[in-house]
Design a binder for this molecule. Structure first.
Ligand code: UD1
Length: 341
């Protein structure tokens, strides 16, 4: 019997890539999304890549407890991967209540449905933002979580705690939190990728939009940080590598190979890259010149963070494979593909 995985927020940037990899690994997938921050085209892209024109899609809001309950009654779910959440840091500062309502309530409904249906494996999409400005680098899963600097970051911490506590009280629920570093790039088919709404907040969509001429100039926020070239250091991970980490984590859960009821894994490359290096590499790989300038630091940015990936390498048997060059080529291919639409 094939195992069935529910992917909440499965039409979004990460969810769509994860759905593709799950299907490639032989899972049945049900995608559910309220389409609040994605485009129908991404889900169509998933169907095209996988050749599954009948891939189940449920348009629904995970804040609607009755709808989540119905979903769990309709399908026998072996594991749920929960992506359905808002993710813009700045917006979360301006509209904290919106963020707390959406991100906490949707996950609460998932946990409640899991409990009501005799338990479930739950994979939560968390973020390296929980580490804040870490004292020691790279960060391991034991590194302390620091007080969140945004409501968005706080919802990631609270959801991790909700999962941990639900599992402690009910052994029929098991869960993994994956802490993502900076996911970038697009599927090699260029049928799915990131679709930022409005002005992008994240670096790589801003770079590709500048390169294509949608934006006049990239601002590099800060060049006086205590780093080798003065710009911030991050751990940029290819979206397909990241998606494959989900397959490894789900397989570990459904095959009953977890060592504890609740486990946490960093999902990064373990390689720090500065903003200036990333820009230079993007130019080199894609043979173009980017219009950029140095600007003031962005409030709330951490100076440097990258992952110790040993636990994911050893326990999940997963490792990021793609080079930064391949990933930046895929990001540019995706932007060019969008321009042709
Ligand atoms: C940000 C969020 C993080 C979230 C992640 C999701 C903050 C402080 N953190 O991470 O919580 O989980 O997105 O993807 O917002 N940069 C520029 N110019 C730009 C855009 C970015 O120089 O136009 C720099 C930033 O200063 C940073 C680096 O690029 O040094 C990466 O920025 P970004 O892509 O926004 O990711 P994070 O800030 O690491």
């Amino acid at each position: 019997m094939k195992k069935r995985i529910l992917v909440s927020g499965g039409a979004g940037y990460i969810g769509s890539h994860v759905t593709v990899e799950l299907i490639a690994a032989g899972y049945d997938v049900v995608v559910a999304d309220n389409m609040s921050n994605c485009d129908r085209s991404c889900f169509d892209g998933v169907r095209q890549i996988t050749g599954r024109s009948e891939l189940p899609f449920v348009e629904m809001d995970f804040c609607d407890a009755a709808a989540v309950e119905r979903l769990f009654s309709r399908y026998k779910i072996d594991a749920v991967i929960h992506f359905a959440a808002f993710k813009a840091v700045g917006e979360s500062v301006a509209e904290p209540i919106k963020y707390y309502r959406n991100n906490l309530l949707s996950f609460l409904n998932v946990l409640e449905a899991a409990r009501n249906h005799g338990g479930c494996n739950v994979l939560f999409s968390s973020s390296a933002t929980v580490y804040g400005e870490a004292d020691k680098l790279p960060v391991t899963e034991q590194s302390p979580r620091l007080p969140a600097t945004s409501p968005y970051g706080n919802t990631k911490q609270i959801c991790e705690d909700m999962l941990r506590d639900a599992i402690a009280a009910d052994p029929s629920i098991r869960g993994i939190a994956l802490r993502y570093f900076n996911p970038i790039g697009a599927h090699p088919s260029v049928l799915i990728g990131e679709l930022p709404r409005g002005v992008p907040n994240n670096l790589v969509p801003f770079i590709t939009q500048t390169a294509i001429g949608k934006r006049a100039c990239l601002s590099i926020f800060g060049n006086d940080y205590p780093t080798p070239d003065g710009t911030c250091l991050r751990d940029y991970i290819d979206i397909v590598d990241l998606a494959q980490a989900h397959v490894c984590a789900v397989t570990r859960m459904v095959e009953g190979r977890m060592k504890e009821g609740y486990e946490i894994f960093n999902v990064g490359t373990g390689r720090p890259v500065s903003v200036a290096e990333l820009v230079t590499e993007f130019e080199k790989v894609n043979g173009l010149k980017l219009n950029y300038k140095f600007a003031d630091r962005r409030p709330g940015d951490v100076v440097a963070i990258w992952a110790d990936t040993s636990r994911a390498n050893e326990e999940l048997g997963w490792k990021a494979k793609r080079t930064l060059a391949e990933t930046l080529a895929s990001a540019w291919a995706w932007e060019k593909h969008l321009a042709e639409q």
